[in-house]
Design a protein around this ligand. Structure first.
Ligand SMILES: Nc1nc2c(ncn2[C@@H]2O[C@H](COP(=O)(O)OP(=O)(O)OP(=O)(O)O)[C@@H](O)[C@H]2O)c(=O)[nH]1
Ligand SMILES: [Mg+2]
Length: 615
């Protein structure tokens, strides 16, 4: 006759505890909160083979008995029998994922060491077998010293055997458990690895290959080196591969301008089409090839399963600045655009972690900066190579991205010590399988990205450029006076120029920065339109933006302009989404303030250093 009254399911997150709970209890469950905390208490009744009822509790996922979150705190106290009003479970069912055995066995050993009756459910064996990995429960049982039952919770496989093992658990000899109790965490990790290895019955070549791949790609220092090398190659490719396509697009736009000039009689309307629409918006659209190449790499990294590994690598590095790998995915999406990045921070449970991530997200180089960077680099950085296969232009682009990341990390460090003080939470994630990126998905993803970019060009960039063209074109200049001087925009820019002159910005830049608040790419279209309006004749107008930049700007000014855009929060939508996600104006105001401050300092420092060096 069994004396079991209560049992608890415990284990790492996503091991399948809740699925097992459902399989064991059927519909007989009751959900409430633990007293005093918002953590859910899920209990239900199951029956042992003898027909005896047992109350089964489904505990929240945990990585160890050292609590790092309210969920883990509850798990720990229930398991230890310290939770008021909750009886210590008579038997623990430790759920481990067969495909992530090494990871899950670390916590399992800690539980074994508690010296309670215990059964291990080796769950998800179906998924492991699909991946070519067969685990021997007998071998695992021998090395852990406790019964192990294979289960597939979602197919209700192994459920009866598990219930039988639970019933038999009270007769367990607990005297040998103290050996495990003495192990330190690194020792337990090592033991987990050996046990996991020792329990492998068979492993497919593919699975072994993937495991080998992980050994290299997740290596303590080789991993980050490979990640950075890969990023380096990506930025090289953005310049090296895009040039012919960008040139072709550029030629197409010039041809279109020629066509319009031939078809429409001279006048304000023709100027509007050529200077405002085609030159302005066209100057941004030519960067479509660069955007596509960048995203082809990013999507391929995501779909191949490498991106999750990158997050894993970054977790270690981000811990130094008080952030966890949980921030990596939002920050990574911010490379496309800070808006989805900031929205993705909702997945970060810790409020201070989340706030820090929101505040630094705009420092990740979003794709809107790419046209700005690319046009200045094309105009001022020679297309020379600085080593075999290493172009200077790609190197500068890479440096700009890295500077954004370094800026973000420094800001995070400062924030974590001041306004968002608190301890960082731990982070472990399940790594997806490696696979060849499916070409179809890749193509769809690229198409979506390209469409987002073109839609921006057709809406917000178009609108801001047209508005600027109107402000630049009226009132009309007297003969002998420059159109920019006469225009409304020119007058406004003169005011801003007073503030921007000390950091090396000329009037055209000051002018372009105002509409660029709508979106960063507008800085490019605004410059293109300004120079087109300013051009004395059609020949000068047709010369294009890059020669105008080269003849009008000094190198220190161009570099200062690049430095400005690493930091400047020139994006109204980002400010709006920050307001929404932080419920007020306080944090967006702080964000905008510190980013403009940094932009000004960085641009100024760049300008004066470059000037002092005689560049
Ligand atoms: N194929 C397969 N899927 C499973 C198995 N067990 C659980 N799952 C799935 O794995 C996912 C996670 O299972 P859960 O039961 O929610 O995991 P959990 O341990 O309760 O997770 P937390 O409560 O977050 O700690 C769900 O999508 C389940 O459907 C299994 O044996 N085989
Ligand atoms: Mg669960």
């Amino acid at each position: 006759m069994s004396r079991l009254r209560t049992a608890a399911l415990v284990g790492n997150p996503n091991a399948g505890k809740s699925a097992l709970f459902n399989a064991l209890t059927g519909a007989r469950q009751k959900i409430a909160n633990y007293p005093g905390v918002t953590v859910e208490r899920k209990a239900g009744r199951m029956f042992l083979p003898s027909g005896e009822p047992v109350e089964l509790i489904d505990l929240p996922g945990s990585y160890s008995l050292d609590p790092a979150s309210p969920d883990e705190e509850v798990t720990r106290r229930v398991v230890m029998g310290e939770f008021p009003g909750e009886a210590r479970p008579d038997v623990l069912v430790v759920v481990v994922d067969a495909a992530n055995l090494e990871q899950h066995l670390v916590f399992a050993q800690e539980l074994v060491a508690m010296g309670q009756p215990l059964v291990v459910a080796l769950n998800m064996v179906d998924l492991a077998e699909r991946d070519g990995l067969v685990i021997d429960p007998e071998a695992l049982s021998a090395s852990l010293g406790v019964p192990v039952v294979s289960t597939v919770a979602v197919r209700k496989r192994g459920i009866e055997a598990l219930a039988a093992a639970m019933a038999a658990a009270e007769a367990q000899d607990l005297s040998t458990r103290h050996e495990v109790a003495r192990l330190t965490l690194p020792e337990r990790r090592l033991a987990a690895r050996n046990m996991a290895k020792g329990a492998i019955l068979s492993e497919s070549g593919e699975h072994r290959l993937h495991a080998q791949l992980d050994k290299v790609l997740l290596h303590r220092w080789l991993g980050p080196v490979i990640l950075f090398a890969l990023l380096f190659v990506i930025f090289q490719a953005v310049f090296a591969w895009a040039t012919p396509f960008a040139d072709a697009l550029d030629g197409g736009i010039s041809a279109l301008i020629g066509l319009v000039e031939g078809a429409i009689p001279e006048g304000v309307f023709r100027d509007f089409i050529t200077e405002g629409v085609l030159t302005g918006v066209g100057s941004v659209v030519v960067f479509l090839p660069q955007i596509i190449i960048l995203f082809a790499f990013i999507l391929a990294m995501e779909q191949s399963g490498y991106m999750a590994r990158a997050a894993f690598i970054m977790d270690r590095l981000m811990a130094y600045v008080g952030l966890s790998g949980r921030s990596f995915i939002p920050l990574l999406s911010s490379f496309a655009c800070a808006i989805p990045g900031i929205m993705a921070t909702r997945a970060i449970a810790d409020p201070k972690d989340r706030l820090t991530t929101i505040l630094i997200a705009p420092l990740m180089t979003c794709s809107a900066r790419l046209p700005v960077y690319a046009v200045i680099i094309a105009a001022f950085i020679p297309a020379t190579s600085v080593g075999p296969g290493v172009g200077l232009q790609g190197l500068v682009l890479f440096a700009l991205y890295v500077l954004g990341i370094i800026g973000a990390m420094v800001v995070a460090l400062v924030l974590r010590r001041t306004v968002t003080k608190g301890s960082a939470s731990g982070f472990i994630m399940e790594l997806p399988r490696y696979q060849m990126p499916p070409l179809r998905d890749l193509a769809i993803g690229l198409w979506q990205r390209a469409w987002v970019f073109l839609r921006r060009a057709g809406t917000i960039i178009f609108a801001a450029t047209v508005a600027l063209w109107i402000l630049l074109s009226f009132p009309k200049a007297e003969p002998g006076e420059s159109q920019i001087d006469a225009s409304i925009a020119g007058q406004v820019a003169d005011g801003l120029h007073v503030v921007m002159e000390p950091i090396g910005f000329n009037r055209e830049i000051s002018l372009a920065l105002i509409p660029a608040m709508a979106a960063r790419e507008v800085a490019v279209s605004a410059l293109a339109t300004t120079y087109a309006v300013d051009a004395d004749d059609e020949e000068a107008e047709a010369a294009g933006l890059i020669p105008r930049l080269q003849s009008g700007w000094s190198l220190p000014t161009a570099l200062a302009f690049l430095a400005w855009f690493i930091f400047a929060p020139q994006c109204i939508s980002t400010i709006a989404v920050t307001r929404r996600e932080t419920n007020g104006w306080k944090w967006p105001a702080i964000m905008v303030g510190y980013l403009f401050g940094l932009a000004y300092i960085a641009a100024g420092a760049t300008f004066w250093t470059a000037t002092a060096l005689g560049l």
